[in-house]
Design a protein around this ligand. Structure first.
Ligand code: APR
Length: 246
């Protein structure tokens, strides 16, 4: 992998970083890779659980078939995440509100590391593994406050079963999340796509909307993706090394 250095970043992009007001950053699992979170695809580790690929254990069908197994999988992921901390990519993004008056942080990740780094009002397209919600009354809980020794935690309000507040394969996105992200994509001057394989929709349509509305589209990824050819600039490397250079 090429050595990451400031010369990698074009003057056009540097200038835009100084003049832009409206910026959208879309992140995927790769932005958390240097924190130790396994990515789902690409050259890194991949998330597999008891021999089941993640798209099976993290699916609406599995939720119906075996809710305790889904809780066991997400308890495992939370335990792994609990020891991890944000990396330089998260902290750089968390400092961007002082650079851009209209910054939108849109993430596909459920790990909460953007918030842990200090980002506020993060648009979580796929939910958050630190939240749970009731199947029956929709009450929300902080998973840290639940007794996860039970195979399936129960709602304190109505006694119903709780589920992780995460979008599983085959489920709709949280109401309003995609619309907020699409609105930001329509008005941004610069769209940074960081650490995503850009293959899962509708999240992957956010950069397309930005580009279609005239934004400068920049990808940060060690590997090429289906989005790379549509980008104005591709910064090949790790997010934790490249974003601080910006
Ligand atoms: N810095 C930047 N990018 C990285 C790094 C890094 N240090 N390490 C890996 N990557 C890149 C990989 O090259 C890959 O393109 O991050 C990307 C991770 O892709 P995926 O594992 O597919 O993750 P993501 O794009 O977020 O997946 C989208 O799919 O499984 C579902 O709901 C899940 O939100 C997830 C969605």
């Amino acid at each position: 992998m090429p050595v990451v250095e400031p010369a990698m970043i074009s003057k056009t992009l540097r200038d835009l970083f100084h003049t832009a007001n409206s910026v959208l950053v879309l992140t995927g699992a790769g932005v958390s890779a240097e924190s130790g979170v396994p990515t789902f695809r690409g050259g890194g580790q991949s998330a597999v659980w008891k021999g089941m690929p993640f798209e099976v254990i993290s699916s609406a069908q599995m939720l119906e078939r075996d809710l305790p197994a889904v809780w066991e999988w997400f308890n495992y992921r939370r335990n792994l995440l609990a020891q991890l901390t944000p990396n330089a990519a998260h902290t750089t993004i968390a400092n961007w509100p002082c650079r851009f008056s209209d910054l939108s942080v849109v993430t596909q990740n459920v790990d909460g590391l953007h918030q842990a780094a200090g980002s506020r009002d993060v648009i979580e397209l796929h939910g958050n593994v630190w939240r749970a919600r009731c199947f029956d009354c929709d009450a929300r809980y902080n998973s840290r406050e639940l007794n996860c020794d039970e195979a399936v935690p129960s709602c304190f309000d109505c006694g119903g079963n709780l589920r992780p507040d995460v979008v599983l394969f085959g489920e709709m996105l949280p109401p309003g999340a995609f619309e907020r992200a699409a609105d930001a994509a329509q008005r941004c001057e610069l769209c940074l796509v960081v650490g995503t394989s850009a293959v899962v929709y509708p999240a992957a349509s956010i950069p397309e909307i930005a580009k279609g509305n005239g934004a400068c589209l920049v990808e940060v990824n060690p590997e090429r993706t289906p989005l790379s050819d549509f980008c104005d600039e591709v910064l090949t490397g790790k997010a934790g090394e490249i974003l601080p250079l910006l």
